[in-house]
Ligand binder design. Structure first.
Ligand code: GTP
Ligand code: MG
Length: 370
């Protein structure tokens, strides 16, 4: 607690209070038996007895940050970028996500059944890119409100026939606040009324100036619907990825963020996790938000069972004892017992918090805020 009464200090040092009071007096401090001594005074007295002061710090056992493992620079390896797509209503976010997925995922994965797990990974020129399939705003607002940062690159979709709109500006502000690089996708260039130059002009007012005009913002013109310009966009994503030098250590226990989660009738709690560091394995002991358990099974974005998940990989897992929230942090513990202890403490904390607030926020509430 940082302070002690003279009598308490005396007891700890196995001395009489009077002796301590005398020592203090000789140091110029007038004190009584019940007087609280601050840290400096305690250290002064302890020094006289050659005793070292050890501070007791209250460790919050429910704070996963307290269990984080620091990586050595040498252990870090390149990892794929995690990309979210933002933009105004109807400007083509979903169409773009779908066309990237359809043109890329099915190419080499004949027969692969794509499954909706809130995120997917593609390969372009031998490099992977992860796309979050959650609305970009949600990824920023609800996740960031929980202290999670999942996005490495933001794609801002602006319809060439509509230009910069209120949610376009909102998206710019989110990305800027998160200090995430922005790539502009000027969409719907196939339309009659498309005016890409106007979009570029309007965006300069928000500090996004094309390279051609002396700025450093990357613009790609495309038609998500006609699937034109998709490769250009992917190329630019890889370019920015290289500049960002995104790294992680695949040889350590996994940690990351919940993308989405729900209760499945047959399988119980199901959570889509984005592994942000380390590698996750089936059988790992894991704490996810206020829930915990062992990873019973992992399914990738193609609906296939996998045994491991490397950094920047989205996977759906089962084996948790309750449903976590989007944006929750997760961490794998080497020690199963510790995972259970931390998990139980976090669950207890959650119960107390719910009781005191009397309210529950559902995933839907979070994602409907946008
Ligand atoms: P919200 O999720 O409602 O915010 O919209 P969104 O940004 O996901 O837009 P969505 O992909 O649903 O597209 C909106 C409409 O624009 C749909 O009718 C699309 O077919 C159409 N659209 C999307 N991209 C293009 C494009 O490149 N060209 C044309 N002509 N239409 C497009
Ligand atoms: Mg949409």
């Amino acid at each position: 607690k940082g302070s002690l009464a003279v009598s308490e200090l005396a007891a700890k040092l196995h001395r009489e209070s009077a002796e301590i009071i005398k020592k203090l007096f000789l140091q110029g401090v007038m004190a009584t038996k019940n007087q609280e001594l601050d840290k400096d005074a305690i250290e002064l007295i302890c020094a006289e007895y050659d005793v070292e002061v050890e501070e007791e710090v209250d460790v919050d056992v429910t704070d996963l940050d307290n269990y984080k493992i620091e990586d050595k620079e040498d252990d870090l390896q390149e990892r794929p970028a995690v990309v979210t797509i933002m933009g105004h209503v109807d400007h083509g976010k979903t169409t773009l996500l779908d066309s990237i997925r359809d043109t890329k995922v099915t190419e080499g994965e004949a027969g692969g059944i794509t499954q909706h797990i809130g995120a997917y990974q593609i390969e372009e020129n031998g490099k992977k890119i992860t796309f979050l399939d959650t609305p970009g705003h949600a990824a920023f607002t609800s996740m960031r409100s929980r202290g999670a940062q999942v996005t490495d690159i933001a794609i801002l979709v602006v319809a060439a026939d509509d230009g910069v709109m209120p949610q376009t500006v909102e998206a710019i502000n989110h990305a800027k606040a998160a200090e995430v690089p922005i790539i502009i996708a000027v969409n719907k260039i196939d339309l009659e009324g498309a005016n890409p130059d106007r979009v570029m002009q309007e965006l300069t007012e928000h500090g996004l100036i094309p390279e051609d005009w002396g700025g450093d913002t990357i613009f790609v013109q495309l038609s998500a619907k006609k699937r034109e310009g998709i490769d250009d966009l992917l190329e630019m994503i890889l370019l920015v990825t290289e500049v960002e030098e995104l790294k992680a250590n695949p040889n350590r226990p996994a940690e990351g963020t919940v993308i989405e989660a729900q209760l499945d009738k047959g399988r119980g709690p199901v959570a889509t996790l984005l592994v942000q560091n380390g590698t996750m394995h089936v059988g790992d002991s894991i704490v996810v938000g206020h829930s915990y358990g062992r990873v019973r099974a992992m399914v990738n974005d193609l609906g296939r069972r996998v045994k491991t998940a490397a950094p920047s990989t989205p996977v759906e897992i089962t084996g948790l004892n309750s449903v976590p929230n989007a944006g929750d942090q997760f961490m794998v513990f080497k020690d199963e017992k510790q995972a259970r202890q931390v998990g139980e403490a976090k669950q207890q904390r959650q119960v107390e918090e719910n009781r005191s607030s009397g309210a529950r926020v559902s995933l839907d509430d979070l994602f409907n805020q946008i």
